[in-house]
Design a protein around this ligand. Structure first.
Ligand code: MG
Length: 294
């Protein structure tokens, strides 16, 4: 089927081009946040966890996404109740998106001359991610927040938080170890903990994929894909990196036993509209002078 000229270029193309595929964990490979599952497991009301976690995020004391790590280290209730074994149990309880194993295998075996090394970069405690992805992603491909523990299993100190800029640091290390340019990086994530790393990758011509409509990431990511299957990220990867058309991507999914049932593409414009009265603008831009002793 292939013409001569095409088969020559095909030969040149067959040299594997290596990419790093890095994925967030909470709400990217799962349906919920591990912090909520952990709170529930140790008997802390989820509303209480949410209140503390959101309060932490609001004051910007720690890297975005490291709120749970901070609570585990410093909140008396979390500190008293959480042990290492709870973290592993959370990994068993958390609901994973479907087809992560198939995604891992397809990426690892290479697609059309492109090979992808699958890594997970998560702000969650590493024990949670390792336990959840046991037999799916090798332990040395998982980077999460690491703690030191007391012999009792109680958290003692923190080694590293893989949140916010912490994800950039891990990724830079991976790039140093692997013979790949910074443009050979694909990152997928859903939330505020992913902003730093996505901006970093965009600036170096890598591919960023948001898996939620959350405004802070979908505005930054080059592509957004929403699905309950982890495999869906293959669609933008094959389009952007392998340059495949839709029909080819559909056949690839089918050849691997999966059917793309629906594939809708929408462009979303986010607008905030407010009255343009001169008075309302003035009230924002002109500070009123208030006498100190009034
Ligand atoms: Mg997340």
């Amino acid at each position: 089927m292939r013409g001569c000229a095409e088969s020559n270029t095909h030969m040149a193309d067959t040299a594997l081009r290596r990419y790093i595929f890095a994925s967030d964990f909470d709400q990217t490979l799962t349906f919920n946040d591990s912090g909520y599952v952990l709170a529930e497991l140790v008997g802390i009301p989820t509303e209480e966890f949410e209140r503390k976690s959101k309060g932490m995020a609001k004051i910007n004391l720690v890297q975005q996404g490291a709120e749970l790590a901070y609570l585990l280290l410093h909140d008396p209730e979390f500190k008293a109740k959480v042990r290492k074994e709870h973290l592993r149990e959370v990994g068993k309880r958390i609901r994973l998106k479907s087809d992560i194993k198939l995604l891992y295998e397809l990426l690892a075996s290479g697609i059309d001359g492109h090979q992808f090394d699958f890594y997970v970069l998560s702000a969650a405690p590493v024990e949670i991610v390792q336990s959840a992805l046991e037999d799916i992603v090798p332990v040395d491909h998982i980077y999460g927040t690491e703690f030191c523990y007391k012999p009792s299993g109680e958290i003692d100190t923190i080694v590293r938080a893989t949140a916010g800029y912490g994800k950039v640091a891990v990724l830079d290390n991976l790039l140093l170890r692997q013979v790949a340019g910074p443009d050979h990086v694909i990152y997928t994530g859903d939330g505020s903990s992913d902003i730093h790393v996505m901006l970093h990758i965009n600036a170096r011509d890598g591919l960023t994929i948001a898996v939620s409509e959350s405004r802070n990431v979908s505005q930054i990511a080059k592509r957004t894909v929403l699905s309950t299957s982890a495999l869906a990220v293959l669609a933008p990867i094959l389009e952007e990196i392998a340059g495949w058309e839709r029909y080819r991507i559909r056949s690839f999914f089918e050849a691997n036993g999966m059917l793309i049932q629906e594939w809708e593409r929408v462009r979303t414009d986010w607008l905030t509209v407010r009255p343009a009265e001169p008075n309302s603008v003035e009230s924002i831009t002109t500070p009123k002078l208030v006498s100190a002793d009034s």
